[in-house]
Design a protein. Structure first.
Length: 257
């Protein structure tokens, strides 16, 4: 029955009793059997993927606390993966949902998994959930995410050869650095933190990445947060169109002779 309900909620047609289905999932999420626990988590994750109102229903019925509680005690990678995915659907919401994630202790757990879990898929999903939270987070919330070593987790994600993960991590790091007093180098404490994690060196390496989207996003961060430190007059590449530079390093065709 639980997998049937998971399929129904995934259909996103709205032809079901949301509160009742949430209650059924909540009744079963604590079950030790994987065959029961995973579809229960999937139901909550599917509902949270609907819209902010549906996410509020899940949170108000204790769904967020239940997911975090399972995250704190569970060791099985397939279940941890499912939990991180469900939380990523909450973290992609508004600042209110980010605040609720922080208050529930979800961010600390996601960072821990993103930095140390043995399963790559689980680490990736945890990092994506963390990255999603940065998109709508307030400056205060960004500070709390950084305090929980979220910036470290996202910077480490840049080292993984996974284009989707790198792109999401770069976007999240941009939000974090911008929150550091608008990206002003001399006063940006978050930029200093990023530098202490070898972030600038990693960005330089990503400028040689074969994927054009990764290259462009890494270039945006470099221009935005480091360009003021570069001597443009002495830099022969400073006047080169960025597409031509990408062509020069053999990543893209620009058609310029």
């Amino acid at each position: 029955m639980l997998w049937t309900l998971a399929s129904i909620t995934d259909a996103n047609d709205g032809e079901w009793d949301e509160d009742k289905i949430i209650s059924i999932a909540m009744e079963n999420i604590g079950n030790k059997k994987t065959s029961i626990k995973i579809p229960s988590i999937r139901i909550l994750g599917n509902i949270c993927a609907e819209n902010d109102s549906s996410t509020n229903h899940v949170i108000s019925q204790g769904g967020l606390n239940a997911l975090v509680s399972e995250l704190q005690t569970e060791e099985r990678s397939p279940i941890l993966l499912e939990l991180c995915w469900a939380l990523s659907n909450i973290s992609s919401g508004p600042s209110l949902h980010v605040a609720q994630l922080l208050n529930a202790g979800a961010v600390d757990q996601l960072v821990s998994i993103g930095l140390a879990n043995e399963s790559f898929k689980t680490r990736k999903e945890a990092a994506i959930a963390l990255a999603n939270a940065c998109g709508e987070a307030s400056e205060y919330q960004i500070g709390k995410i950084v305090e929980a070593q979220g910036l470290k987790c996202l910077t480490e994600a840049l080292k993984i050869n996974d284009t989707e993960l790198i792109v999401k991590a770069l976007d999240a790091i941009d939000f974090i650095l911008f929150a550091g007093e608008g990206g002003v180098d001399d006063d940006n404490k978050l930029l200093e933190e990023f530098n202490s994690l070898n972030g600038k060196q990693i960005l330089d390496e990503l400028l040689m990445h074969p994927n054009e989207q990764v290259f462009k996003k890494a270039n945006v961060l470099t221009e935005k947060y480091y360009r003021s430190n570069m001597d443009l007059l002495d830099d022969p590449l400073a006047t080169v169109d960025i597409e031509c530079l990408h062509c020069f390093i053999g990543v893209a065709e620009c058609g310029v002779e």
